[in-house]
Design a protein around this ligand. Structure first.
Ligand code: FES
Length: 75
């Protein structure tokens, strides 16, 4: 069975949300968390997806994008 080839190119994933910010980061406060802060990936490039592993920094630098994680913080 032939494998389907998918063309991948460097491009931003954020077309227009809060583009004046260096990095778009949002926080949601929850009452029960195992850790004080958990970062969830929104750049779709993390090696630990759905958790953020910091790969968004490399993506932002390479493309001029400004994506960042969703932070869940223990109150
Ligand atoms: Fe994707 Fe951090 S690695 S947002």
């Amino acid at each position: 069975k032939p494998r389907r080839m998918v063309a991948v190119r460097a491009e931003t994933v954020n077309p227009g949300i809060r583009k004046t910010e260096d990095k778009v980061v949002d926080s949601v406060v929850v009452t029960e968390l195992a850790k004080p802060t958990t970062a969830y990936c929104r750049c779709w490039r993390s090696g630990a997806f759905p958790l953020c592993d910091g790969t968004h920094l490399k993506h932002n630098k390479a493309t001029g994008d400004n994506v960042g994680p969703l932070l869940l913080k223990k109150k």
